[in-house]
Design a protein around this ligand. Structure first.
Ligand code: CA
Ligand code: CA
Length: 311
């Protein structure tokens, strides 16, 4: 491995992975904890405030337009009724949904209520879909592998902002798309309420093996149940090399892929299965995010939980 390439490795998310493979857990863990840094200061409170502002900004022009249109008064009344309904809808989580969420996640009742309110502030409605028709029971009718049509949910742009400002996950497009894909369990292009609860629960309360499974799914780019050398190459190149023209570093990435594959392929079949991956993480927790950042920092988790309790 060249000196230049080592510099790249040290300055990147892979620092912990490489260090975990090369030596003991002491120095890398220090590096991991300092990675959160000042960015965590943009906590959930800030994010909530910006979501509120965005909402206010959107509703104001619509009200003005109604005031000047011929059917303005009727639309005005409709809008007021809708706002009232939205308000009622926002304030309380359907008891059945709450019960399902409690059963299926590690979240507490109060946390579910607050996460529901946050969700309602973040969602967008799909054009042409019946508003107010909540997609809470979407999995019941979902056919595995086929996209599901839902009327509301959190879109990619908002999701990205949440991960960035609330959970300190700053990553480039390819990995962000993968994270979104794994959160969007119904493959419907929006994060539904049910998947929002499940995703947050995994972030806050998931055990190491559950989180390893989540990371594995993010890194299994073609969803075939294995991480291959090609996928490792794409992921590592993606997070190690910032400029696509740096092709001369490809050989170094290939060398790293060989090292990582030898270490992680426990049953020696030439690819990393979920079982291989979980064994590696059990032996060395620093390998959890071996191929790129996709989980919240510890500091952002504490901040988020504190904010939930303070509501
Ligand atoms: Ca794969
Ligand atoms: Ca294997």
């Amino acid at each position: 491995m060249s000196l230049l390439f080592k510099d790249f490795v040290i300055s990147n998310v892979m620092a912990s992975t490489v260090a975990a493979m090369a030596s003991g857990p002491n120095s890398p863990s220090k590096r991991m904890s300092s990675r959160g840094g000042a960015a965590t200061l943009r906590g959930v409170a800030l994010f909530l405030a910006s979501a509120r502002n965005k909402r206010r900004g959107k509703s104001a022009p619509a009200a003005d337009a109604n005031a000047t249109s011929p059917g303005g008064k009727r639309q005005d009344n409709q809008q007021r009724r809708k706002k009232k309904m939205n308000g009622e809808e926002q304030s309380k989580c359907n008891p059945k949904v709450m019960e399902n969420a409690r059963r299926e996640t590690g979240l507490e009742r109060r946390e579910i209520e607050i996460l529901y309110k946050i969700y309602k502030k973040l969602i967008t409605y799909k054009k042409g879909a019946a508003k107010g028709k909540v997609s809470e029971n979407v999995t019941a009718s979902a056919v595995i592998g086929k996209p599901t049509t839902v009327s509301e949910g959190i879109d990619r742009t908002v999701f990205r902002e949440v991960l960035h400002s609330t959970f300190d996950i700053v990553t480039e497009n390819m990995l962000m798309d993968r994270i979104f894909y794994v959160w969007d369990r119904n493959n419907c292009g929006l994060i539904t309420l049910e998947n929002w609860f499940k995703g947050i629960s995994l972030f806050l309360r998931g055990n190491v093996l559950e989180q390893a499974e989540y990371c594995f799914k993010v890194y299994d780019l073609n969803n075939d149940g294995y991480i291959t050398k090609d996928e490792m190459f794409q992921l590592l190149r993606n997070c190690l090399i910032k400029h696509p023209q740096e092709e001369d570093l490809d050989d170094s990435v290939k060398d790293l892929v060989d090292i990582v594959m030898r270490k992680m392929d426990k049953d020696k079949d030439g690819k990393v299965s979920l079982e291989d991956y979980q064994k590696n993480v059990e032996d060395e927790p620093l390998l959890l995010e071996a191929f790129g950042k996709c989980l919240p920092t510890d500091k952002s988790k504490v901040t988020f939980l504190t904010t939930l309790k303070a509501q």
